[in-house]
Design a protein around this ligand. Structure first.
Ligand code: SAH
Length: 367
């Protein structure tokens, strides 16, 4: 079965035969971030021709409003002379490009910025370099947030957390058991659970999850990135904006999904060739940030957040200057970003900010 077209399948098989069944989180991590064959390492998965479309790829309005959000936060911070504008998982670099164009209305903000992009994929780093070559600001790349120099910072993360591996546990009669990938009697990858329950997990579960019926699945991620974000805003001042799809409160449910060429597929087939993501648990994200002494704003629906930042006015201005055939496109993008229902992002996606406690009201969240 060591298929050359599926090099990760052979690698995962090898690891399972040595170390035993593999937690879902480790499976996801290998599929996405294996240095040679990981999904993000080799390709550009974004846009109409790729596997999925993200908000900044839908419309320039998204990045522009985020740029103005960052400018307003910088003012609230007291307009520090040096600000690190950090983006986690910038994809093609489109959001930052649009944000920095919009920020031209505040030249003093632009003059204070050094851009830091946190990106594990060398292929996407190159793409970001191309997108941002004319941005007129210093740009630095890092593989993780820890590498970014300390100091006042504004951090942005759109569809970043959903790409971080999740663990899953299944509730059985004797407690919660970690869900794993194993090899079944036909030699195929299959999902199973570890025999021993995890009493330490049970103790930290929120009540609505702990009391879920047998067979329920709970998902959680490592807290390390959100703790680092919170530490930074607490220590040096600033704020982080997290936008992603997920749930407002911790709840049970299997949300791991695999997407290839705009269609859902079985996550165990074609490891490394399809995108794997899972919903973000905004309650647990917020609690982790608060545990470090940061102030949490939201979460609120993306649609609500973008309307408060003025997306309807921005769409009207773009329509007024656009040829007739473009007007429908702008309206469609507005609906897609803010509306509810199938294929719309306004309610499925949430916005949450993690801020220095001195920043009591943030644009889009206050009131
Ligand atoms: N923000 C972009 C892309 C979202 S996809 C957009 O909205 O279009 C997720 C991004 O995070 C990709 O750029 C991916 O390569 C990057 N990424 C995934 N896991 C990462 C990790 N552990 N560290 C840094 N970047 C990561």
């Amino acid at each position: 079965m060591a298929d050359e077209a599926l090099p990760l399948e052979a690698e995962i098989r090898r690891r399972i035969s040595i170390a035993g069944a593999m937690p879902i989180a480790q499976y996801m991590s290998i599929c996405l971030a294996h240095p040679e064959h990981g999904y993000y390492m080799t390709r550009d998965p974004f846009g109409a021709a790729g596997d999925f479309i993200t908000a900044p790829e839908i419309s320039q309005m998204f990045g522009e409003l985020i740029g103005l959000w960052a400018a307003a936060v910088w003012r609230q911070m007291g307009s520090p002379e040096n600000i690190r504008l950090i983006e986690l998982g910038p994809g093609r670099g489109t959001m930052m490009h649009d944000a920095m164009r919009a920020a031209k209305v505040m030249p003093d903000f632009r003059a204070a910025i050094v851009l830091h992009l946190v990106e594990i994929s060398p292929a996407l780093q190159r793409l970001q370099q191309q997108t941002l070559h004319d941005v007129g600001l210093p740009v630095h790349w890092h593989e993780n947030l820890q590498q970014v120099p300390e100091g006042p910072a504004i951090m942005l993360a759109n569809e970043f957390f959903d790409a971080l591996p999740v663990h899953q546990a299944v509730k059985e009669a004797d407690g919660w058991h970690e869900r794993v990938v194993m090899i079944d009697k036909h030699g195929n990858f299959a999902l199973g659970i570890l025999p021993a329950p995890m009493p330490h997990l049970e103790r930290v579960l929120p009540p609505q999850v702990r009391e879920a019926p047998q067979g329920s699945i709970f998902e959680w991620r490592s807290d390390s990135t959100v703790l680092e974000i919170a530490r930074r805003v607490r220590r040096s001042g600033g704020a982080a904006l997290v936008i992603d799809y997920g749930h407002l409160r911790s709840e049970v449910g299997d949300t791991v999904q695999a997407v290839g060429e705009h269609a859902y597929v079985n996550p165990l087939i074609a490891p490394g060739l399809v995108d794997l993501t899972a919903h973000v648990d905004f309650q647990s994200l917020g609690q982790a940030a608060e545990s470090m002494g940061a102030r949490v704003h939201g979460p609120i629906y993306q649609g609500e957040f973008l309307r408060r930042l003025g997306i309807e006015r921005r769409a009207a201005a773009l329509r007024a200057n656009a040829p007739r055939e473009k007007a429908g496109e702008i309206e469609g993008a507005l609906q897609r970003l803010t509306g509810s229902g199938a294929r719309k992002m306004g309610v499925l996606f949430k916005a949450l900010a993690i801020a220095d406690p001195k920043l009591s009201v943030l644009p889009g969240f206050g009131g």
